[in-house]
Design a protein around this ligand. Structure first.
Ligand SMILES: Cc1cc2nc3c(=O)[nH]c(=O)nc-3n(C[C@H](O)[C@H](O)[C@H](O)COP(=O)(O)OP(=O)(O)OC[C@H]3O[C@@H](n4cnc5c(N)ncnc54)[C@H](O)[C@@H]3O)c2cc1C
Length: 461
């Protein structure tokens, strides 16, 4: 970085937050994210305390010609920062609920946990995903596929406005009701256009749901997959679910009955009358008694217990494919990739999310988000403590992609993509004409590509 200490002093004097440099003792912990496999190496870290700090930092980055990597809560596997400024927003974590309007104002560094807890006091629920430890804004900018999605749509379908600081250091409001292009672009391609400092979202009148997991042994996985496809054919939109093929590692954080085991599970959440939910899940129970049955009536505030995602950082990588028809060939390929006949499997989870419902029927013209028609999104996750494990994982995924090249859709779901893959393949996220429109907007709002680290949207003059 060419700037002198004096210039950084000047920035520090203008902001309430703090600047951390590689020589500072907090540098390593400040740049660490949940995805322990990504090693960010920013030249400067700025921990913003408020939107004014963001404005000053972006002004500084513009003057100094620096690239900016935005980190809200660090749960997104983002492309590793190499130099430039890492702008951290985790201190900006205010949440305000308006119970009458059924909305929440959420700052960029707030995790879903705060929104969930405060909304629950009024019998309301946010459209969070599998873990309340994830940042609400980062999750929403990439879509937001959660346990209420088939009933209410993606998280981005329920945003009223985003506040954003663009590369010219202007704080703008992009609102749904003004139908502006910036709102459209942020709703699915958020990371490319600036720093979203806050958003207002709609909350849903859900307090009690019927949710959980049915766990079957690996030997039942093939039959369960057949049954699951039949089951999802007639599900009401109140039911959002996934089938998981899992190889649980032999780690102390994994609860005893699952530790070191390979299993198949049906997990989900029914947001309606609990008795109706129970009747629907009974169809699976009657098909075959599970080894473990955890579906029950729970407050939505306990939605984390559905997936039980780890909170501590772990070295993982993630990708996804989408498909409409889980043919016999597709089912066999998924089983073969996840459960190898011999040797260690590089796959931790293959999670087949049932889409449709409000995800498909929400107004498409309001967002750039493109994964509306896929019947299933298949998230594939691997544990990658070393480069060799990462290679082994991608070899397995490439094998699946090659084998199913005629059956898979072209698109991928942004939030379930590893940072470099998301960066390198924008064509998997948006159709060509959408990318062109995004490029024209990029040329207007970020012509020098200050925010290149989130998504590769090439400015189109
Ligand atoms: C345990 C776990 C469970 C998850 N479950 C789900 C799930 O159920 N459904 C789902 O859809 N996703 C899920 N995700 C994915 C998650 O939603 C995304 O990775 C999301 O980007 C995380 O948000 P964050 O604020 O932590 O991102 P960060 O790591 O802070 O940021 C990631 C990238 O997003 C962009 N970005 C983030 N915040 C901003 C901002 N304020 N302004 C501009 N750009 C920004 C930047 O490009 C940044 O590099 C899960 C992730 C984890 C780790």
């Amino acid at each position: 970085m060419n700037n002198t200490k004096m210039e950084l002093h000047r920035l520090q004097s203008k902001i309430k937050g703090r600047i951390i440099l590689p020589e500072d003792s907090e540098y390593d912990s400040a740049k660490a994210t949940w995805d322990a496999a990504t090693n960010h190496k920013p030249a400067v870290i700025v921990e913003a305390a408020n939107a004014k700090d963001v404005i000053e930092t972006i002004k500084f980055a513009g003057e100094e010609g620096q690239k900016v990597t935005v980190i809200s809560t660090g749960h997104g596997p983002s492309r590793a920062a190499d130099g430039g400024i890492m702008l951290k927003l985790s201190r900006m974590d205010a949440v305000r609920i308006d119970k009458d309007a059924r909305t929440a104002y959420v700052e960029a560094g707030a995790k879903w946990a705060r929104v969930l807890e405060e909304a629950a006091e009024y019998g309301l629920a946010p459209l969070m995903g599998s873990s309340s430890d994830v940042g609400a804004v980062g999750y929403t900018l990439g879509g937001g596929l959660g346990w209420l999605a088939r009933k209410y749509g993606m998280s981005l379908d329920n945003v009223n406005y985003f506040d954003i600081v663009t590369s010219d250091a202007e704080l703008r409001r992009a609102a749904r009701d003004t139908c502006d292009d910036l709102f459209w672009a942020l709703s699915g391609a958020g990371g490319a256009f600036g720093v979203v400092t806050s958003m207002e979202i709609r909350l849903m009148p859900e307090s009690i749901v019927y949710a959980g997991n049915l766990v079957y042994g690996q030997e039942d996985a093939g039959m369960l997959l057949e049954k699951y496809i039949e089951w999802t054919e007639s599900l009401p939109d109140e039911m959002s679910s996934a089938l998981v093929l899992a190889n649980f590692p032999d780690f102390p954080i994994v609860p005893e009955p699952l530790r070191g085991k390979s299993v198949a599970m049906v997990r989900g959440c029914f947001a309606g009358n609990a008795e109706d939910g129970e009747r629907i899940v009974n169809d699976l129970r009657e098909w075959k008694k599970p080894v473990i049955d955890m579906w029950s009536k729970i407050p939505f505030s306990m939605a984390d217990t559905i997936s039980n995602d780890p909170k501590d950082p772990i070295p993982v990588t993630i990708t996804n494919v989408t498909i409409d028809d889980l043919s016999d060939k597709a089912k066999a390929a998924l089983l073969k990739m996840t459960f190898r006949e011999a040797g260690y499997s590089p796959i931790l989870f293959t999670e087949i999310y049932h889409m449709g419902g409000k995800i498909a029927s929400s107004d498409r013209s309001e967002s750039v988000f493109a994964v509306r028609d896929a019947k299933y999104v298949i998230k594939i996750m691997g544990l990658v403590p070393a480069e060799e494990a990462r290679r082994f994982f991608y070899q397995a995924v490439t094998g699946l992609r090659d084998e199913l090249k005629d059956e898979l859709n072209n698109e991928a779901y942004p939030n379930f993509l590893e940072g470099l893959e998301k960066f390198s393949h924008p064509g998997r996220l948006y159709p060509t004409e959408t990318l062109e429109k995004l490029g024209r907007l990029k040329a207007k709002l970020d012509p020098d590509n200050m925010f290149e680290n989130g998504l590769e949207i090439v400015p189109v003059p």
